[in-house]
Design a protein around this ligand. Structure first.
Ligand SMILES: Nc1ncnc2c1ncn2[C@@H]1O[C@H](COP(=O)(O)OP(=O)(O)O)[C@@H](O)[C@H]1O
Ligand SMILES: Nc1ncnc2c1ncn2[C@H]1C[C@H](O)[C@@H](COP(=O)(O)O)O1
Length: 222
C-alpha cells in the first residue's frame, strides 16, 4: 500500500524535522521517507571539518562552523528546489540561526562582529527564490533526561564529552524557540508517543496528522 497516496500527501511536499541534538530527527527522517517514498536531506556529520574542533573550542570555531552549516544547508535547499520537492529534511535552517548561532553569541562564544556577519549572510541567503519555506515543520520534543540518554546511546565522543549544561541550555532555548516559530505550519510530537524504530505501522498515526495539516494548508492557499 502506498502510504503517501493513502493519506493523500502531495508528492512535492517538503517536510523538515526540528529538535535538539539526539532527539531522534535522523531516525524519523528515514522512517518518514521510507513510508512516503520521499528523498532525504541529511546533515553531514562525519565529513564536517569543523564539528570536532568546535566541540573542543567553541570560541575559536563557532563562526567557521556556522558558515559551513549555512553553506551546506543552502546547497541542500537548492537540491530540494531543483527536484521540485518530495523531501524529508533532517533539521531546519531556522535552527542554525534561531538556536545555535544565537546561543553562542549570547553565551559569549561568538563575537558580536561574527554574529552580525553571520546573520546578514543568513538573511541574504534565505531571501532568494531557492528558499521556499517547508510545507511543514515536525518538532520533536522530549525530556532532557531522555535526550541525554539518546546522545549517550548514539555515542559520538565529542557530544558525550560536552558538559550537560550545554544540552540543558539548548533544551530550554528550543522550548522557547518553537513557541514563537511561525515560518510554516508546525506539528509537535512527543518522543514518548511514537517509536520510529518500530517500522512503518508505528508511524502511520504521524502520517495521518501530517496529512491533516497539509490539507488545511492547501485549502488555505485556494
Ligand atoms: N524511538 C526511538 N526509541 C529509542 N531510541 C531512539 C528512537 N529514535 C531514535 N533513537 C536513538 O536515539 C539516538 C539519536 O537519534 P537520532 O535520530 O540520531 O537523533 P538526531 O538526528 O535528532 O540527533 C540514536 O541512537 C537513535 O538510534
Ligand atoms: N548550526 C549548528 N551549530 C552548531 N552545531 C550544530 C549546528 N547544527 C548542527 N550542529 C551539531 C549538533 C550535533 O553535534 C551535530 C548534528 O546534529 P544532530 O542534531 O545530531 O543531527 O551537529
Amino acid at each position: 500500500m502506498n502510504l503517501r497516496k493513502k493519506y493523500n500527501i502531495p508528492s512535492n511536499s517538503v517536510i523538515t524535522i526540528a529538535g535538539t541534538v539526539g532527539v531522534g530527527k535522523s531516525t524519523l527522517t528515514n522512517a518518514l521517507a521510507d513510508a512516503l517514498q520521499f528523498r532525504t536531506s541529511f546533515e553531514k556529520v562525519d565529513t564536517n571539518p569543523y564539528l570536532d574542533k568546535f566541540y573542543h573550542d567553541f570560541s575559536r570555531w563557532s563562526f567557521h562552523l556556522q558558515v559551513y552549516f549555512l553553506a551546506e544547508r543552502f546547497k541542500e535547499q537548492k537540491k530540494i528546489f531543483e527536484y521540485g520537492g518530495g523531501f524529508i529534511q533532517d533539521r531546519s535552517i531556522y535552527e542554525d540561526t534561531g538556536i545555535f548561532a544565537r546561543m553562542h553569541y549570547e553565551k559569549g562564544t561568538m563575537s558580536e562582529t561574527d554574529y552580525e556577519t553571520y546573520t546578514s549572510l543568513f538573511d541574504a541567503m534565505v531571501m532568494t527564490p531557492y528558499f521556499p519555506h517547508p510545507d511543514l515543520l515536525i518538532y520533536l520534543e522530549g525530556s532532557l533526561d531522555d535526550i541525554l540518554a539518546r546522545i549517550d546511546k548514539r555515542g559520538r565522543t565529542m557530544e558525550k564529552e560536552t558538559p550537560v549544561e550545554y544540552w540543558q541550555e539548548m533544551h530550554g532555548r528550543y522550548e522557547k524557540w518553537i513557541d514563537s516559530f511561525s515560518s510554516c505550519p508546525v506539528l509537535r510530537l512527543n518522543i514518548n508517543d511514537y517509536d520510529a524504530t518500530e517500522g512503518t505501522s508505528a508511524i502511520e498515526p504521524i502520517l495521518e496528522k501530517v496529512a491533516v495539516i497539509l490539507e488545511q494548508k492547501n485549502l488555505a492557499k485556494r
